[in-house]
Every structure is written in C-alpha cells, then in structure tokens.
Write a protein that binds this ligand. Sequence first.
Ligand code: AMP
Length: 275
Amino acid sequence: MPKIVTTVAELRTALAALKPARIGMVPTMGALHDGHVSLVTEARRHADHVVVSIFVNPTQFAPNEDFDAYPRTLDADVEKLAGAAAIIFAPNAREMYPTGFSTTITVGGPSAGLETDFRPHFFAGVATVVAKLLIAGMPDIAVFGEKDYQQMLVVKRLAADLALPTRIIGAPTLREPDGLARSSRNAYLGGAERGIAGRMNAILRDTIASAKAGDLRAAEKQAIDALKEAGFDTVDYVAIRDAETLAVIDALDRPARILAAAKIGKTRLIDNMAV
Ligand code: AMP
C-alpha cells in the first residue's frame, strides 16, 4: 500500500528517503478512476517512484460551484493506487492554505478565454495549488491529463515561466465504452443524463469532420445546436483553437484542438480532441 503523508514536511522527508531515484508526481482531487490510474502508469514510465496528491482544492471552486458535493473517497483511492504509487500526499486545507495565506499565482497566455470566461477564478486556484505541490515535491516529472487540456497548457506555461525543474508530461484522455471522458463528476449523472453525456464526444468528432470540410465558426455553431438537441441544457463553448496557444484560428493550417464545455442539469462536463 502507498505511504500516506499529510504535511509538506512529511512529504519532503518521504521523498528524500527515495533519492536519488527519479520521482514522478500526479496531482489529483481524488475520487480516483481509471483515467487517474492511467496517469500514474504514464508517470511510472518516466520515474522510479510516483507520488499522487489528493486534495480537493477550495480556491479553484467558486461559491456557487460543487466544492461541498465533490466526491471524497480516500479509502477507495488508496486501494486503487496499491502497487502503482509509492506515496499519497493528502493534505488538508489548513496545510495548503495556512492562516494568513496571501499568495496567488496568475498565469496569462493559455488561461485566456474558454474556461476563464465561465470560471474566472479557476486557473489562479489551479496554478497556485499546482505550484505549491510541485515546489513541495520537486518531482522530476509530473503528469497532467489532456482531459483538462487548457489546464495542462497553463501548467506547462507555469512550470516554464517559474523555471521549475519538473518536466510536465501530458497524457491522453481515458474514455468509457461510449466515448464519454472518465471524470469524477460523472458520478453526478442520473440515468438519462448519463446517456446524454455520452453524446458529447460523438458530436465533437462529427464537428471535426465538418470543420475539415468547411468554415470553423459554422462547425462550432452546428456543434452547439447538436449538443442542445442531444439534451444538454446549456453549452458554455465549443471552440476550435490553435492546439499550442489556444489562439482563435480561421483555418486548419496548423495543429488544432476542439474544446467544449456544457451542462446537463447541474453537472458541467468538458471534453476536447485533436482536430
Ligand atoms: P482531477 O482529479 O479531475 O482534478 O484530475 C486530476 C488529473 O487527472 C488531471 O491531470 C486530469 O486532467 C486527469 N484526468 C481526469 N480525467 C481523466 C481521464 N478521463 N483520462 C486521463 N486523465 C484524466
């Protein structure tokens, strides 16, 4: 079973005992599923030992979002990581944000637009907690999922800008048999909602085909209509962007990515694919 540590000091002691082995880190909010485990597997390809952090980070949730409802399943998470992770870092909020905490890391560049238009607090919360985790563990590599594509680009920018010694590695999205991206938030979906959720990936694939045949803005609009038709209540965005910078593009003349966010009832789902 992985060793569980809850303070930065304990984490550093546990990691120092493993040196000079190469350390990999996989930051998560817990409620682990096979997508998370695939990141741990990827981390083990690049490192001798893996530390998984489990922390539901309050600063990346707005007051009206699902922080209290977010699933917390630490015992099952520990079981799931048996034989895969050496260490689980599971701090509480006081450990990560001690009294008087006053520092925020703001990343520009890939943070602009998309998620930020709908969750303006989100990336500062993510960047600050990820910076803390990487500084606490100073891993050789850290793995982030393409599932949260904009977040992955923000973390790469953060690590480069702060000259952190950690190489950030992206890993592909693990999906259910119907193509729905695995997500801890899928647990919120009731019966009919689960069926609707599974339509998003197919609609994005159809949209890629339309985009290749014609106008990108028209393809995006068609995707929004198709998501609503499928039963999504609100569509925050469907956007075809430059895959590296997330800049708006008008033609598929460079690597591109389609990204989407939409809500079914209270559940907000995101997905993205290479175009
Ligand atoms: P979370 O616990 O949802 O904050 O996610 C922790 C890490 O797991 C992030 O780097 C996510 O991008 C990644 N992740 C979440 N879902 C998946 C998935 N279905 N496939 C691969 N990675 C994922």
